[in-house]
Design a protein around this ligand. Structure first.
Ligand code: HEM
Length: 254
């Protein structure tokens, strides 16, 4: 049964535009976008037992192209290995453990493993603290406020890139154990680039501040604020790669 939009009280709702924040016990990640998708029931609301087709479909629903989605889902579903140097080829960045499967043996991802160490999570986040200094998973309210205050209205490539550089300078000073090299830099620029591609208004305007308040502050898709997933063309790898390089140009800290 498809429940009405007003119904917000159950995990079984299939209305993907219904927003319900995470409840105690729900698994969540350091990724504001994955958390928003779970809060809208585009992923299982409890954040557990997500299958690869469910994740691909949720990412497609916000305008991510099939090539990028396939790449991200492949990475996420790879079996994790803590030994970055000697683990099996391709295991760096994997988020699942071998036992993360359904009773039928179908691989599943749990959101509370998305921020595991030695995978994708990294220092110098925009809104999360470095692991050596605090909680790298949950939003840090002071960092969030500082991010929003860094630009008056819209966050385009220059604003996002320059802000990443500011964050690097701050953490380089504050964190004697900082681990942030080229790999982490490109992952971090990739996160902001895909955000820009999917939530920016058109080609030239950036992301409106209200959209970021919804996504980061409430882990909610900014539907109420007027955002709609791009329908003209989804965001494919070549576009994202160009935006990553453009953000990296502003953010380059080395
Ligand atoms: C399979 C899909 C995805 C996975 C596994 C994933 C995973 C992650 C992880 C592990 C982080 C934490 C990085 C850190 O330490 O700061 C993160 C952060 C982030 N992700 Fe995702 N993500 C996915 C999809 C997306 C998509 C589609 C977008 C954009 C539309 C996105 C935007 C972001 C942003 C902007 C951050 C940075 C948060 C911050 O620095 O405060 N992610 N993601």
């Amino acid at each position: 049964m498809v429940r009405s939009k007003e119904n917000t009280d159950t995990n079984t709702t299939t209305d993907t535009d219904t927003f319900r924040p995470a409840a105690a016990g729900d698994a969540r990640s350091p990724c504001p976008v994955l958390n928003s998708l779970a809060n809208h029931n585009r992923l299982p609301h409890d954040g557990r037992n997500i299958t690869a087709p469910q994740l691909r479909s949720a990412l497609g629903s916000i305008g991510l192209g099939a090539d990028l989605s396939a790449l991200l889902v492949w990475r996420a579903f790879t079996i994790h290995n803590d030994d970055a140097e000697f683990g099996p080829h391709g295991s760096i960045g994997g988020l699942r453990d071998a036992e993360d499967v359904t009773a039928d043996g179908v691989p599943v991802l749990h959101l509370d493993k998305v921020g595991r160490p030695h995978a994708i999570e990294h220092d110098v986040s925009v809104t999360r603290q470095d692991r050596a200094l605090g909680d790298p998973i949950a939003l840090d309210p002071a960092l969030y406020e500082q991010f929003l205050a860094s630009t008056p209205h819209r966050f385009g490539v220059p604003e996002l890139g320059r802000y990443r550089k500011v964050r690097y300078a701050e953490q380089a000073k504050a964190n004697p154990d900082l681990k942030f090299e080229r790999r982490e830099h490109y992952i971090a620029c990739g996160e902001l680039a895909v955000l820009r591609c999917l939530f920016g208004e058109g080609v030239f305007k950036g992301i409106p501040k209200e959209y970021l308040e919804a996504l980061f502050g409430e882990e909610r898709l900014p539907l109420k604020e007027g955002w709609r997933p791009r329908t003209w063309v989804k965001a494919f790898l070549p576009e994202a790669a160009a935006v990553i390089l453009a953000i990296s140009r502003y953010a380059w800290p080395f």
